[in-house]
Design a protein around this ligand. Structure first.
Ligand code: SAM
Length: 433
């Protein structure tokens, strides 16, 4: 109640209803209270939103004698005064999802419009095209092969979404889209968006079916092996591995910076995909050598990427399956976006295999969009878990506490969670000396 009173009338938006004791409405929202038409007690009910974004549902009993003292226009109403004066006032408080308008609901519900506009822009290469320099509407329309009916609305939508800027009829990239969505730059992170556009966007259309059946909804819907289904087409394999580089690039830099690599000389990235983590970590720490462990189909794409980065002398590929083979021996084992792919028994098995492959004092690092222990803040992590519902037979994302418990079961000690970038965190555990 104190917060509410201190928030002051000017910061309160109120929906006002006034009833007499019989429950009949005497005043409607927008009317002021200094002209009550009845001498009966007034029961005033309403909702107010404070500057702290709390919604207060209030219910106040006022006598006629009190009401004239409050006379002021309802948009500047002194509800705090009512609450101070009336001992019979009841107030309940709940955390607001947003303002008392449907705006937030609509923005979330229709969010796929903006999402798909951006994904199509990445697909069409809008940001790569504009990285060469600003262009006007006719030039962009021709270069991007857009229909005259759609071009202006599409490009201006991207301006309104702050992905592009427009000046004197010329469009250009916003500074962040120029850095991260131009395919020609090494900082490009759009691989994951290309995959989202080509695959996930459609599969998420079957979310309700997944929620009802608990079954995956992707290419593997009618196949036993999810990765075999994804990797069956070379183009899809390359797209998936490239997407993994986009999603793990930021995490790789944070892992390179935040983990103490000085005590170790080797590490293995298990389920390495294209090898973004070995590339970034070995580049940052020249004393390290790395192994990328993944399915045999991944080898040529991994080796091509590592060679492009000039690190082939310090990073090698080891083909295998972590279900059938032991993990490579190394001082540190990294598993990025691996544990969330698998069900609980598989997660535990993977941690046990990591423990077996490490020397005494070695470390395991598992990183994912680790969900907060209360399971109420990391919306991306929770949505990622729904993505795993759509993508895998039994995968799910997990909290830091969950993962630490599985690590302890496997024999690890001194476990802790370290935030990386955005929604990602790494969970670290050590094999006892
Ligand atoms: C979701 S991706 C994560 C890639 C990378 N660690 C990252 O964070 O970007 C999962 C990786 O696990 C690999 N993988 C799947 N099944 C595997 C298996 N049985 N043995 C080894 N690697 C496997 C996939 O090929 C893929 O590269």
């Amino acid at each position: 109640m104190t917060d509410f009173l201190h928030s002051g009338p000017a910061q309160i938006t109120a929906q006002l209803g006034v009833q007499d004791a019989s429950g009949r409405s005497r005043l409607r929202a927008g009317e002021s209270l200094h002209r009550p038409r009845s001498s009966a007690q007034l029961v005033i009910v309403g909702n107010s939103r404070s500057s702290q974004n709390d919604i207060f549902s209030w219910h106040s009993v006022a006598t006629r004698r009190d009401v004239p003292g409050l006379g002021m226009p309802s948009d500047r109403f002194g509800f705090g005064t009512i609450l101070e004066r009336q001992s019979t006032t009841r107030i309940t408080r709940r955390r607001a999802m947003g303002a008392m308008t449907p705006d937030n609901i609509m923005q979330l519900g229709m969010g796929f419009w903006a999402s798909k506009a951006m994904l199509s822009a990445v697909e069409l290469g809008v940001f790569t095209e504009l990285a060469a320099g600003p262009a006007n509407l006719p030039a962009l329309q021709a270069r991007l092969k857009l229909h005259p009916r759609s071009a202006r609305d599409f490009l201006d939508t991207l301006v309104a979404l702050k992905l592009l800027e427009r000046e004197d009829d010329h469009y250009r990239n916003a500074s962040d889209t120029d850095l991260f969505l131009d395919k020609a730059k090494p900082s490009y992170v759009g691989g994951i968006l290309e995959m989202a556009n080509a695959r996930l966007y459609g599969f998420w259309g079957s979310l309700t079916e997944a929620l009802r059946t608990g079954e995956l909804q992707n290419e593997g819907k009618h196949s036993e092996d999810f990765f075999a289904a994804i990797y069956a087409e070379p183009e899809r394999l390359r797209g998936f591995l490239n997407a993994m580089s986009g999603i793990s690039a930021g995490a790789a830099q944070a892992i390179a910076a935040k983990f103490d690599w000085s005590k170790y000389t080797t590490f293995a990235d298990v389920g390495a995909a294209q090898g973004m983590v070995p590339v970034v970590v070995t580049r940052t720490h020249p004393h390290l050598k790395a192994i990328g462990f993944d399915l045999p189909a991944v080898q040529p794409i991994f080796e091509e990427f590592v060679a492009q980065q000039g690190l082939a002398d310090r990073i090698r590929f080891q083909a295998g399956s972590f279900f059938d083979d032991p993990m490579p021996n190394a001082d540190v084992i990294v598993m990025g976006h691996i544990l969330h792919d698998w069900d609980l028994s598989e997660k535990k098995m993977l941690l046990k295999k990591a423990f077996a492959a490490l020397p005494k004092g070695g470390a395991v690092i598992a990183y994912d969009a680790v969900i907060d222990d209360e399971r109420r803040e990391n919306a991306f992590g929770l949505l990622m878990s729904l993505n795993m519902l759509i993508e895998t037979p039994g995968g799910f994302d997990y909290t830091g506490a969950d993962c630490q418990a599985w690590m302890h079961d496997a024999g690890f000690v001194s476990t802790h969670v370290e935030p990386l970038l955005g929604p990602d965190s790494m969970v670290i555990g050590f094999k006892p000396e």
